[in-house]
Design a binder for this molecule. Structure first.
Ligand code: MN
Length: 416
């Protein structure tokens, strides 16, 4: 695709500091992981079509007994070749001397630029080195943004990738069910969060993003992450949490009554969201447009809110003028993969993308009645409900990877 006269360069994610000299837990760059599976920082992958000594070249840290005593084992260049299926590996410290010669004479460099300032600076340094080389090196004419090419590949999940995503979905499902089992009036949101993190870590996974554990009115804050409040009888609890397994994400939301019983208003709105989700999931099929699920959810939610009197003037008008967004301001889903909001174009030439086998999307309609929304009767205000599942596009029916977490109202109610 890139051509024989191209070179492709991708850098590992740098270590990032949380504060002072305390780092964040390391997470590999998704593109770099996709292409190499190599888990360390300070590495660069070079794909060099036609190179006689090997087309797949990795620059990485060398073994270093003294450093490894402090920071743990490094893979090193020898094992990189043996275990990560690269043709050739060199010490990252030598990259400035070696890489410019590898780039020389090639017409195009595919890479990310404008993302990591350090990588941008190094890339320009290699170009400068090439230009000022003895005899004057042949500098590539074009720097090409790698995103489109690579991210279109990432959009289609292989069988192995789907297996990992199923694992990530299973871990998140277990975490959600543990949360349901312990949520009670008087329990703090962070206690529920802690239980979910315990379940994820006990299975070797990590959270794919900071969980939202939002009791009552907090559910109306779309990205609530404070998780500080205490759960109260009569409130709903909205939990949006996902697990990550070998860098592959899951993303699940459930909303259920803290005291085991939906109120009439909660029940009425929940019923609409669940029906909207069913209608949306029906659209996750090959040949349907990405936007079809959202359109289906908007239709069900708007008609439901009209029937309950929260929207006046008819569903067609509320959809046409967008006023339904007072209660449903988000989209119904996103691509899911190595990133929770995964890469891949949603539109091609202005038209919504058509779904194909191997794509994975989330389906997450919701109703959020803002607490200050004086246009509706007070009894509706402050209710926030979202139901989110991860769905793979298959030739047959939509494959709900997260179906084991209950979402029917009967299954979410309990009595002491
Ligand atoms: Mn989501």
């Amino acid at each position: 695709m890139a051509g024989e006269d191209a070179v492709l360069l991708v850098s590992a994610a740098p270590e990032r500091m949380r504060n002072a000299d305390a780092p964040w837990p390391y997470r590999q760059d998704s593109d770099f992981h996709y292409l190499t599976g190599f888990p360390e920082p300070e590495a660069v992958l070079a794909l060099l079509p036609g190179r006689a000594h090997g087309e797949v070249v990795l620059f990485c840290r060398e073994r270093d007994v003294e450093r490894e005593r402090w920071d743990g084992e490094r893979i090193g260049t020898d094992r990189a070749v043996k275990e990560f299926r690269v043709d050739d590996a060199f010490p990252i410290d030598d990259i400035d001397d070696i890489l410019p010669g590898m780039i020389e004479g090639r017409a195009r460099v595919y890479c990310h630029f404008g993302r990591e300032p350090d990588f941008d600076a190094r890339l320009l340094g290699w170009m400068r080195r090439l230009r000022t080389a003895r005899g004057g090196g042949v500098v590539p004419k074009d720097l090409v943004a790698l995103g489109h090419l690579l991210h279109d590949m990432r959009l289609f999940k292989s069988r192995d990738e789907l297996a990992l995503m199923r694992q990530a979905a299973d871990v998140a499902s277990a975490a959600h069910m543990a949360a349901m089992a312990m949520a009670r009036p008087g329990v703090a949101e962070y206690e529920v969060e802690g239980e979910m993190l315990r379940v994820m870590r006990s299975r070797g996974a990590v959270p794919a993003f900071p969980p939202t554990v939002a009791g009552g009115v907090n559910a109306c804050v779309m990205h609530y992450q404070a998780n500080r409040a205490t759960l109260r009888a009569g409130d709903l609890l909205l939990i949006d949490a996902g697990a990550e397994v070998e860098c592959y994400a899951s993303d699940i939301t459930r909303t259920f009554p803290v005291n085991g019983r939906f109120s009439n208003e909660q029940r009425a709105l929940y019923d609409i969201v669940l029906e909207a989700q069913h209608a949306a999931i029906e659209q996750v099929r090959p040949g349907r447009s990405f936007g079809a699920a959202h359109d289906a959810a908007v239709r069900v939610i708007t008609e439901g809110l009209c029937a309950l009197g929260l929207i006046r003037g008819g569903a067609d008008q509320a959809i046409a003028d967008g006023s339904y967004r007072t209660f449903f301001p988000s989209k119904t889903g996103h691509w899911l993969g190595l990133d929770v909001h995964d890469v891949g174009d949603y539109r091609i030439d202005g038209e919504p993308r058509v779904l194909e086998e191997g794509m994975v999307v989330t389906v997450e309609p919701g109703i959020y009645v803002p607490p200050g929304e004086t246009g509706v009767a007070e009894r509706w205000r402050g209710i926030g409900i979202r139901i989110e599942d991860d769905v793979a596009v298959t030739r047959a029916a939509p494959d709900i990877l997260t179906a084991s977490v209950p979402r029917g109202m009967d299954a979410l109610e309990w009595a002491d």
